[in-house]
Write a protein that binds this ligand. Structure first.
Ligand SMILES: [Fe+2]
Length: 278
């Protein structure tokens, strides 16, 4: 068989075309290609009367790249899983005013009409609202959207005959994690679900009683390069970048999240996570 020979110009042109197609896919296709994942979560110490359906959403990152209609479509995808409760683990915006606040509020209100919604803040939410002690813009948006903010506190919810505690903390990077305050309510529950934006915060909860920790922050790595991995995983512990993983006596779920920071995703589709907890 005769070998086909390519000129140097043809090889360069082929490489440029391939790279351009890859960048175009990562910018214009994958970030909008939502994936609904369903995971069975078997808790070791819990005694729920029936499985609890938890919709875990994170890193919505409303911005010039992430529109309110896109977030609404993620919410509708999650709602189809008929959740008992919805947990949001931070980074509602990326930066400042670059999002459609009215459209976002409307979508959040729609979501909170589906099931009780709990949320915690991420580093972006607080970093761009530098007024500690004041009600921030994001906090006010969440309140209007019907999201119950668990900022270093717990709430109890009766679901299917079980009393479940939802504990939440502030963000690690801005030093707002207060485990003592979050777990200060001593009432017993059949299970405790902890919401914390950054999975690196896990060491701070070793003295607390929890079964499942929900996190975001990593975006699952956002850009996964074959045979290399991800250059983007802003955590110290690279074991907890995505998925359901054991930690000490509990489980940690790190979702890939819905939005992106710079508008790119590669081999790491935006995730709408339904957890069936028993
Ligand atoms: Fe994020």
């Amino acid at each position: 068989m005769e070998m086909v020979k390519f000129s140097r110009r043809q090889i360069v042109l082929g490489c440029v075309t391939g790279v351009t197609a890859g960048v175009g896919y990562a910018r214009y296709v994958e970030p909008g290609w939502l994936e609904l994942t369903t995971k069975q979560v078997k808790l070791r110490g819990a005694s729920l009367h029936r499985p609890l359906r938890v919709l875990h959403l994170s890193d919505l990152h409303a911005s010039e790249f992430i529109s309110a209609p896109f977030l609404q479509s993620a919410f509708e995808m999650g709602a189809a899983g008929k959740p008992d409760v919805i947990c949001l683990t931070g980074d509602y915006i990326t930066q400042g005013e670059r999002y459609n606040e009215a459209g976002y509020e409307k979508a959040l209100r729609w979501l909170s009409g589906i099931a009780p919604c709990f949320g915690v803040l991420g580093n972006h939410d607080a970093a761009w609202n530098p007024s500690p002690g004041q009600k921030t813009k994001v906090t006010a948006l969440l309140e209007r959207g019907g999201i119950r903010l668990l900022h270093n506190r717990s709430e109890y919810l009766s679901v299917g005959g079980s009393l479940v505690r939802f504990a939440g903390v502030g963000d690690l990077w801005i030093r707002q994690v207060d485990p003592i305050a979050a777990f200060s309510d001593p009432r017993p529950a059949e299970a405790t679900i902890l919401l914390s934006h950054n999975p690196d915060s896990k060491e701070l909860f070793l003295d607390q009683d929890w079964d499942l920790m929900l996190c975001g922050h990593t975006h699952g790595g956002q850009l996964i390069i074959p045979k290399y991995g991800t250059p983007y995983a802003p955590v110290k512990d690279k074991r907890y970048v995505a998925g359901l993983l054991p930690y000490e006596y509990g489980l940690i779920h790190v979702t890939r999240g819905v939005g992106t920071v710079h508008g790119y995703r590669l081999n790491c589709r935006p995730e709408v996570s339904l957890l069936v907890v028993s």
